[in-house]
Design a protein around this ligand. Structure first.
Ligand code: C2G
Length: 132
């Protein structure tokens, strides 16, 4: 079984997230998604609308996702690749190069981001409609 892993906050799930999950799954048979905990999001300088538990439940309902684990720190990726026997690490290309150190342990793939959508944009657009 070829195992794939990807990481992220995945807040306010949108088609950009779905696209990367669908394409990540195409690299193997089993997709693990490491979702940033609320505490780690604070370290990342992000405040998710949905809690970790809500984001986990939503991701587990996505057909491409086989397992959801917590992402608690920047430093867990090598252990995750080893402990979960991962063959392929996939991230959007806004992260291109940042995780090349994993090439020693698994295949590293950066995929083009979906243009024109982001959780930040959703929040901004909603604020505009509310504030007129
Ligand atoms: N993404 C995408 N297209 C978008 C928006 C996001 O392909 N329009 C991808 C990102 O490139 C990332 C994944 O969706 O691979 C999750 O994005 P975020 O939830 O914003 O995650 P991020 O804050 O980038 O956290 O250790 C890695 C970090 O946890 C990544």
């Amino acid at each position: 079984m070829k195992k794939v892993i990807t990481y992220g906050t995945f807040d306010l799930l949108h088609t950009g997230h779905i696209n990367i999950l669908r394409r990540a799954k195409e690299y193997g048979d089993y997709l693990i998604v490491a979702i940033s905990t609320d505490e780690f999001n604070a370290i990342k300088g992000k405040k998710a609308y949905y809690s970790y538990e809500q984001r986990k439940a939503i991701l587990e309902a996505v057909r491409y996702v086989d397992e959801v684990i917590p992402e608690c720190s920047w430093d867990q990726k090598i252990d995750d690749v080893k402990n979960y026997d991962v063959d392929v690490f996939v991230m959007g290309d806004d992260w291109r190069g940042k995780f090349d150190f994993l090439k020693e342990y698994c295949e590293v793939v950066y995929l083009p981001r979906t243009v024109g959508i982001s959780t930040t944009k959703i929040k901004e657009d909603l604020n505009k409609t509310q504030n007129g």
